[in-house]
Design a protein. Structure first.
Length: 221
């Protein structure tokens, strides 16, 4: 699960790089946060993305407080905020679902903006509309630079409202296949500490590809 470190300059500065242990910490925090969030009565298959994301954020914060992980005091889970896709954009042109700051990355780079961004979507492998939304309104926001324009990696969370995570991946890859984007298929991540997938996408502006890490979270019926 290596994040590309030799990327060219982006927006006048080097890409924000996440080491393998930071990526693993984020994926574990998502999983542990969801274990706490999913027991809430307002987290169910008919719930919208916003309330489920707020519960996930609360769960991730609680996980960092109560778990004795070495990253518990260096990761910060921020509120969803308006964001600018580049320094040249004066008015915010996006809103990030769950931004994350790593104090270790901040000390190394002095970068004040979030160091990782989680984009959250409802998903079901059998629902072609949700599969399209996950790609077009989620993955493509990283691909187009709306989110993570100066990041080497981004994160997607899929709330699986029916079926399984494996079926969600099949549905997404089928959509990518119909769009002639086979090179952007989701693949199982063999070395991650929790079950996850990854995909690699060319950006629409001249720069290196971005790698997305995908976590699919089961929602109670």
């Amino acid at each position: 699960m290596r994040i590309p470190y030799n990327a060219p300059m982006a927006l006048g500065s080097t890409f924000i790089e996440l080491t393998e242990d930071v990526v693993a910490a984020i994926l574990l925090t998502i999983k542990e946060g969801w274990d706490l969030a999913v027991v809430s009565a307002d987290v169910h298959s008919r719930a919208g993305e916003v309330p489920m994301t707020e519960r996930l954020r609360d769960g991730m914060r609680a996980s960092l407080r109560v778990k004795d992980h070495p990253w518990g005091k260096v990761l910060m889970i921020l509120p969803g905020t308006e964001s600018r896709s580049s320094p040249s954009v004066l008015m915010p042109d996006g809103r990030t679902d769950i931004p994350i700051v790593s104090m270790n990355v901040f000390l190394r780079t002095q970068e004040h903006d979030p160091h990782a961004i989680l984009e959250c979507k409802r998903i079901s492998g059998g629902d072609t509309h949700l599969c399209r939304e996950y790609v077009v309104e989620g993955m493509d926001r990283f691909r187009g630079g709306k989110y993570g324009a100066n990041h080497a990696a981004g994160f997607m969370v899929g709330y699986v409202i029916s079926g399984t995570s494996a079926e969600a991946v099949i549905g997404l890859n089928s959509y990518l296949n119909r769009s002639a984007r086979e090179a952007e298929y989701l693949h199982a991540e063999a070395t991650a500490p929790v079950t996850s997938w990854y995909s690699i996408h060319p950006r629409t502006t001249p720069s290196s590809p971005i790698r997305l890490c995908h976590s699919f979270l089961s929602v109670a019926a």
